[in-house]
Design a protein around this ligand. Structure first.
Ligand SMILES: [Zn+2]
Length: 322
């Protein structure tokens, strides 16, 4: 069981500069406020931003050390599910699927079809503002969005064509919007996510890793607390892995172990302690450069471990539970 926010991108400076220049037109709160869809100028900026973010996500060919670790957990039969606040879908680069489906709601571990639940949506998808259409971005939608324009939903248009042929009155046609959650919006499949949570708690997971997030979003906090109850009932541990400390008032009795470092560092050290004979190569290979990177991260983790951890005992317990 993992709750994570693991945005990683490398060599994407040019796209980042464009993204920065677009996002500079509005602050973060404005850019992801539901009002962006109601005002033409804001909407244009939002769509441009989303299309550039999509371009950036598509450039990432290989996930981070932590993404590879999630894959490894899955292959070991230890990943109940990863719940992520990330919208980049980089989990796909390590062959973990974020495709929610009512057919696959059952306890993780055995779920070959959906290992990742994207709590805040997926920048790789668009959905209709009226009907249930949801799919990857059509090329013309990307073109339009880069120019700050929107396109109509192909399914709504098809329905209207059929109605027109049958001499029926036309219905409204929706627009394709980026499938990412704005403030105060609920998940596009708000009924299915709680079903996944329930099914996963019923698997009695013995470790909950909270990685790379300070957990400020109330909906995510509730999910974490629910999982933590299940993990504690199963005699397991809840481990917080992030450079910033958890809020003591909110997380007392929920989080057991605190590791104050980037998740990649922690994971590198953890993997170093596992039997190296079972190390699964990164999905796209890696060779000497990759092993050097992992070794460097591991050394850094050991250094931080000596200097920075709140509890050496907690660190050891965290390892022992994985
Ligand atoms: Zn539609």
């Amino acid at each position: 069981m993992v709750i994570a926010s693991l945005a990683r991108s490398q060599g994407l400076d040019e796209t980042q500069i464009k993204l920065d220049s677009v996002s500079a037109k509005m602050n973060g709160r404005e850019l992801f406020d539901t009002s962006v869809l109601r005002h033409a100028n804001k909407k244009a900026v939002f769509y441009q931003f989303a299309a550039l973010l999509l371009g950036q996500a598509r450039l990432v060919r290989r996930g981070s050390v932590t993404h590879a670790f999630l894959r490894r957990l899955f292959k070991r039969g230890q990943l109940v599910r990863c719940y992520t606040q990330n919208i980049d879908g980089i989990e796909r680069t390590v062959q973990l699927s974020p495709e929610l489906s009512s057919d696959t709601v059952r306890g993780g571990l055995t779920d070959e079809q959906c290992q990742v639940v994207q709590l805040h949506g997926d920048i790789n998808k668009v959905r209709c503002t009226i009907c249930a259409y949801r799919d990857g971005w059509p090329p013309e939608a990307i073109e339009a969005a880069l120019q700050g324009r929107v396109i109509e939903c192909p399914r709504c248009l098809d329905i209207n064509r059929e109605r027109s042929l049958a001499d029926k009155r036309k219905r409204g046609v929706g627009e394709l919007r980026p499938d990412i959650l704005l403030y105060e919006e609920t998940h596009w499949n708000e009924e299915l996510v709680p079903q996944y949570v329930q099914a996963d708690v019923a698997c009695h997971p013995t470790a909950l890793l909270i990685m790379g997030t300070s957990l400020t979003i109330p909906g995510c906090q509730e999910i974490v607390k629910e999982f933590a109850r299940g993990v504690h009932q199963a005699g397991g541990r809840v481990v917080w892995i992030n450079p910033t400390r958890p809020n003591e008032t909110r997380w007392a009795g929920v989080v057991d172990d605190v590791v104050l470092m980037e998740s990649d560092l922690f994971i590198s050290a953890l993997e170093h302690m596992w039997d190296t004979s079972e190390v699964e190569p990164h999905s796209n290979g890696g060779g000497d450069e990759e092993s050097l990177r992992r070794q460097t991260l591991c050394e850094e983790a050991k250094r931080l471990r000596r200097r920075n951890l709140t509890s050496e005992e907690g660190w050891q317990i965290a390892f022992d539970n994985l």
